[in-house]
Write a protein that binds this ligand. Structure first.
Ligand code: NDP
Length: 689
């Protein structure tokens, strides 16, 4: 009955009886949880010394492949988690968001490896020249922190809450200690068991404590990172911990948030947007029984459409079947625990000081396939507040259940002001086809939200919805929402890495970063770099080409061939009023001529194809008679994995060729050795094996 804690490389039961955890649907005892007797200082140290140390030795590519293996493994096991998830009150569709949404985060972060180097660290931004002579420069780099990520999670997403967070710290190269909220920790424990049994993660990369966090915050250090999701009051208490403050431990807080949705003043009954608005609200109120940090708590509607809207909303809510989440007709399950039901009811009572219930009841709810009193069931509750500018409760109190309040606004200025009364939220939606209304709302309230969804007929069908945080977008919001930020694709890993401004000579920076920095020494004593296989190429390998004289005839021919007869490329133009002295070569001709100079042979060589141009700048006009030559330098090598050959891909030409991407720094110089253009071009280069 006692849940395990996975710490110090072992499953360990805590001492004492522990906290009792109940099935949210029928009230049966499921398990107990306790961390009594655990040494949190040792646990953190184990994570740093074993887990993080091992992860820091792996490159982003290796960590990414590890995440992918873990995602595939959990995906195969996913059906095991659903029956446990039902016990938290979640329906199949709620559980899908928690379980498969969580696994999706692992996949998404695994894919990010393709945007990262085959190194343990990453470059952040471009090289910055710091001197006139070019001998002193800087480059920001990101290094994985040496501590652990301590995740203190909320009860509402026991799987997603863990996976969306560890996906990011593991990719960054940092181990995790996960503490889920105790009441639903039995589901998190089941997932951790699968992770541990898979042996995919290095020892110490994931530890799990199930129950009280004890004195753990007294042992965190400046190399650790804390993330917290839960109530604002607990968040405030934890981030005020003297040790956290003294050590300046990064603390990412995500707390209650009074998210809102606004119906544009252009939307009338009968328009598709009217139905879209209603559907979105119903979904947000009833999925996870409204226990979502992103759920819609405040609904703003033009004053003259209030009555039509709340009546239609009520009809829509009345179609929600509530009850045992295992029954496939059920659309809304139970709250996570009786304690939550009590809390939601108390909060609604407070809201009723200035609002009234217009749909649902606090006295009871009709459920199917379950006993209303044994389970933590509650009715969806739509409240109405006619005077939102003079009511404080509705903008301050979050009832963490299927509860939302509809309020009127007179004009866009009022809609903006009301949205801001929430003092910062995770997400807000505006439903409109009026582009100006949407723009005014976004510019007026954008600094108060982490994410804004503009919803209308054009995107509703494919929209991921108001309530779904996505791995590639930031999740978090200012003010009341906690002021934190997580995920957001590559942005997320930066929370677990130390950004370092590295200064020195371009040659030294190149040696350290393994990316060619402009002005660094290069190696010209080499065979043509296009004759080298991927493994044989070194950063700084350089080719300096012959010169080619650009003639007026060349420019005329290129104009005819490409059809680009822009006046600056015509010899007959009167150049008095232009930016140029005479006929100027097309930039695209110059880069093509550059390729003609640096591309070497008619014979097959390891370069498989030209992959694209990342950066291209024309910095000085090239006039007829100018001689240009090229410096082509190997800038960066990006590993590519061999793609799996499947029945669908087996006929894709070249799929089985081992290869990597090589980035080349191309400098186009003229007779005075001045740069007329620079580019970073990409080629795909064959590996020997
Ligand atoms: P809490 O803030 O009480 O708990 C959140 C997490 O903090 C849990 O893991 C909890 O563990 C942990 N915690 C609590 N006290 C301590 C402590 N002294 N030291 C270390 N960790 C601690 O939130 P609840 O989960 O109880 O939910 C309460 C309210 O929070 C909800 O009703 C809702 O309003 C809001 N909430 C907001 C969410 C959001 O995403 N913004 C998500 C969930 C809830 P334990 O469970 O063991 O107490």
């Amino acid at each position: 009955m006692k849940l395990g804690n996975y710490v110090l490389g072992n499953w360990i039961e805590g001492d004492g009886e522990g906290q009792k955890l109940y099935n949210a649907v029928n009230g049966e005892l499921i398990a107990t949880a306790t961390t009594q007797g655990l040494d949190f200082s040792l646990i953190l140290e184990y994570g740093r010394k074993k887990g993080t140390a091992a992860l820091r030795k792996m490159t982003f590519q290796e960590r990414g492949r590890m995440l992918k293996a873990l995602a595939l493994h959990l995906f195969e096991q996913k059906e095991k988690f659903y029956p446990i998830s039902y016990k938290t009150g979640a329906t199949r569709s709620d559980s899908w968001a928690d379980i498969e949404g969580g696994i999706g985060n692992l996949f998404s972060n695994a894919s990010l490896r393709r945007k990262l180097p085959n190194e343990i660290f990453a470059l952040d931004g471009e090289n910055i020249g710091l001197s006139k002579g070019g001998s002193f420069a800087a480059q920001h780099i990101l290094l994985p922190k040496e501590g652990v990520a301590l995740h203190i999670n909320a009860f509402n997403f026991p799987v997603w809450g863990m996976l969306e967070k560890i996906a990011v710290n593991l990719l960054a190269g940092v181990a995790a200690v996960v503490k889920p909220a105790t009441i639903t920790s039995y589901l998190t424990e089941a997932v951790v068991k699968e992770i541990v049994d898979s042996k995919i993660l290095p020892n110490g990369a994931l530890q799990f404590i199930c129950g009280s966090a004890g004195d753990i915050l007294d042992h965190v250090t400046s190399q650790d990172v804390i993330t917290f999701t839960g109530s604002a009051s607990t968040g405030l208490m934890l981030k005020s911990n003297p040790n956290v403050l003294r050590e300046n431990v990064p603390f990412n807080l995500e707390a209650d948030s009074l998210n809102c949705i606004v119906l544009g003043d252009d939307v009338d009954p009968g328009m598709p947007e009217w139905e879209i608005f209603i559907k979105e609200i119903r979904k947000e109120m009833t999925s996870k029984a409204g226990q979502k940090c992103t759920a819609i708590r405040r609904i703003f509607v033009p004053v003259n459409k209030m009555e039509d809207m709340w009546k239609d909303l009520s009809i829509s809510l009345s179609q929600t079947i509530i009850g045992n989440p295992e029954n496939e007709n059920v659309r809304m399950g139970a709250l996570a625990a009786q304690s939550q039901k009590k809390e939601v009811r108390e909060r609604v009572q407070k809201l009723l000081a200035s609002s009234q219930i217009i749909y649902g009841s606090l006295d009871g709810v009709e459920v199917i396939d379950a006993d209303e009193n044994q389970g933590a069931f509650i009715s969806p509750l739509l409240l109405k507040n006619e005077s939102p500018f003079t009511s404080e409760e509705v903008h301050n109190i979050e009832a963490f259940g299927p509860v939302s309040t509809i309020m009127p606004y007179k004009n866009i200025e009022e809609a903006i002001e009301l949205a801001k009364l929430g003092k910062g939220s995770l997400v807000s939606s505006v439903v409109t086809v009026n582009e100006q209304f949407a723009k005014d709302f976004i510019l007026g309230t954008g600094t108060y939200h982490g994410r804004i969804l503009v919803l209308n007929r054009d995107c509703a069908k494919e929209s991921t919805g108001h309530g779904s945080p996505l791995p590639m977008l930031i999740h978090g919001g200012p003010g009341r929402a906690g002021g934190g930020e997580e995920m957001g694709g590559l942005r997320g890993i930066k929370h677990y890495m130390q950004r370092l401004a590295l200064q020195g000579s371009p040659t030294m920076l190149t040696a350290i970063t393994n990316v060619y920095q402009p002005g660094a020494k290069a190696n010209t004593a080499t065979i043509h770099p296009f004759k080298k296989y991927f493994e044989e190429l070194h950063i700084g390998d350089r080719l300096i080409t012959e010169k080619r004289i650009i003639t007026s005839e060349d420019i005329n021919k290129f104009a005819d061939l490409s059809g680009d007869h822009f006046y600056a490329h015509l010899a007959t133009t009167d150049f008095k009023e232009t930016m140029f002295d005479e006929q100027v070569a097309h930039g695209y001709f110059i880069i093509s001529a550059a390729a003609g100079l640096f591309v070497d042979s008619y014979e097959l060589n390891p370069v498989l194809l030209n992959y694209g141009i990342e950066e291209l700048r024309f910095t000085k006009p090239v006039y007829p008679g100018t001689g240009i030559y090229i410096k082509l330098t190997c800038k960066e090598k990006v590993e590519q994995e061999l793609k799996e050959v499947t029945p669908e891909t087996k006929n894709v030409k070249g799929i089985d060729i081992p290869k990597g991407i090589v980035k080349w720094y191309v400098e186009i110089l003229d007779d005075t050795d001045e740069i007329t253009g620079v580019a970073t071009i990409l080629t795909m280069v064959r590996k020997r094996k």
